[in-house]
Design a protein around this ligand. Structure first.
Ligand code: SAH
Ligand code: SF4
Length: 421
């Protein structure tokens, strides 16, 4: 979501006549687009800001701007505490950037933008093959640990015709793959026709010529409908991969997290997905050390990982976030225990991922070529429909964006090795 916001910020700036530099030392304007999902992201931002602040001391004309969720969360206070920052704007106010640059008063543009979903902004995308496309903004779920509803505001779906027009343009430009973006794509409703669901949107995107693959992120388990499962099964361009964050294997913790499903209900969805779409790859997010999490709760998460066997997970230590209900809960755990549990979870998942990837050896699969490998000049990389990276050495001339078939010759924890067929 943030990467795509940055593409839009760049698109708006280009419209204002700005050119881009890789060297902050040469820049007249620096925008730091920030994330506040976990404390670690905030720390990264602060150390980067420190460097730019020193640049500004040498070059007082330099404009430093902070955007994104930290800007939203901190509001005017951020400008009071950070005199070197010229202005800030939240994720709903990228559209205001041109007027903010011209205004001489220091200001935090953090107001709600009710027109967000109806406002299409230009984006600069550099990939050429794979593109992010917003289908909705904000979130209404208020998971008790999560800052997103507080920084990105209420959930709003973008009209289907705007989404389809953007994807048609991307196809004309040669893009082959789109990833539809939303905090909870399963609750998508076309604002111009509220009976039109996410599954119907997928059907329309599937029909766009030139686009070969359709992905989406993220799905909330509580809203994963049978209609959507059938759409993934039946629409040939919709990839056999779903990212379905579980967060915890303990139903007690899930309830405290306000996730609105129990572990048993989650497991039922996994069973349905696998029944309808054999070979689907399923990935997930896990939070360790949520307030009051006991050793037994943690064991339940380990048992869930063993029972489900995800293709991969992102696991995070619980991070206390401002405005959230969990930040006020009794029973906050220490960093050591969160780290220990995180380590155990990641070690277990490594074994599972290894086992799953080993099963793929000998299989033939289609990949989209993503480019030359950064680490080895003879190697190229591509991605399977199930979202796995495949490294390979081409035996003839190939280009980024090509669809080719490879046989999987070897497997590693985070990638596969293939040979073009
Ligand atoms: N909308 C998506 C998630 C967006 S945030 C969804 O609901 O699936 C991405 C992930 O960050 C979450 O799934 C969660 O695992 C993690 N996360 C969010 N807030 C967190 C916090 N306060 N501490 C640790 N991890 C957090
Ligand atoms: Fe956060 Fe929950 Fe919304 Fe995801 S669904 S963005 S975790 S509040």
């Amino acid at each position: 979501m943030n990467v795509h916001d940055t593409e839009k910020i760049a698109g708006v700036l280009r419209g204002e006549g700005y050119a881009f530099t890789d060297r902050p030392e040469d820049a007249a304007l620096i925008i730091l687009n920030t994330c506040s999902i976990r404390e670690k992201a905030e720390h990264k931002f602060l150390s980067r800001l420190g460097y730019f602040r020193r640049l500004k001391r040498k070059r007082p004309g330099l404009q430093i701007v902070v955007s994104g969720c930290i800007a939203q969360q901190e509001g005017e206070k951020f400008l009071i505490d950070n005199k070197d920052v010229d202005f800030t704007f939240g994720p709903q106010n990228i559209v205001k950037l041109p007027e903010l640059i011209l205004r001489d008063k220091r200001k935090a543009a953090v107001e709600e933008n009710p027109a967000l979903a109806e406002t299409d902004l230009p984006a600069i995308r550099n990939d050429g093959t794979r593109a992010w496309v917003n289908i909705m903004y904000g979130c209404n779920n208020f998971c008790s640990y999560c800052v997103v509803p507080h920084t990105r505001g209420r959930e709003r779906s973008r009209p289907t015709d705007s989404i389809l027009n953007e994807i048609k343009t991307l196809s004309d430009e040669g893009y082959k793959e789109v990833t539809l973006l939303g905090q909870n794509v399963n609750s998508y409703r076309d604002p111009k026709n509220v009976t039109a669901s996410f599954a119907q949107l997928l059907k329309s995107v599937n029909a766009i010529q030139g686009i070969e693959r359709v992905r989406f992120i993220t799905s909330h388990p509580k809203d994963l409908s049978p209609e959507l499962i059938c759409a993934i099964r039946d629409l040939e361009k919709v990839c056999e991969h779903i990212h379905l964050p579980l967060q915890s294997g303990s139903s007690r913790i899930l309830s405290l997290m306000n996730r609105k499903y129990s572990y048993a209900q989650y497991l039922d969805k996994i069973t349905e997905l696998r029944r309808h779409i054999p070979g689907i790859s399923i990935t997930s997010d896990i939070i360790t050390g949520f307030p009051t999490e006991t050793g037994d709760d943690h064991e339940e998460t380990l048992a869930a990982l063993k029972e489900i066997e995800f293709d991969g997970i992102f696991a995070f230590k619980y991070s206390k976030r401002r405005y959230t209900r969990a930040s006020e809960m009794e029973g906050q755990l220490g960093e050591d225990i969160k780290s220990d549990r995180l380590k155990t979870i990641l070690e277990l998942q490594d074994v599972i991922t290894d086992k799953i990837n080993r099963r793929l050896k000998g299989q033939t699969t289609e990949i989209i070529v993503e480019g030359e490998s950064s680490s080895d000049t003879n190697h190229w990389t591509g991605r399977t429909r199930t979202n796995k990276i495949v490294n390979f050495t081409p035996d003839e001339k190939i280009n980024k964006g090509m669809l080719i078939t490879v046989s999987i010759t070897n497997s590693f924890r985070h990638s596969l090795e293939g040979r073009p067929d």
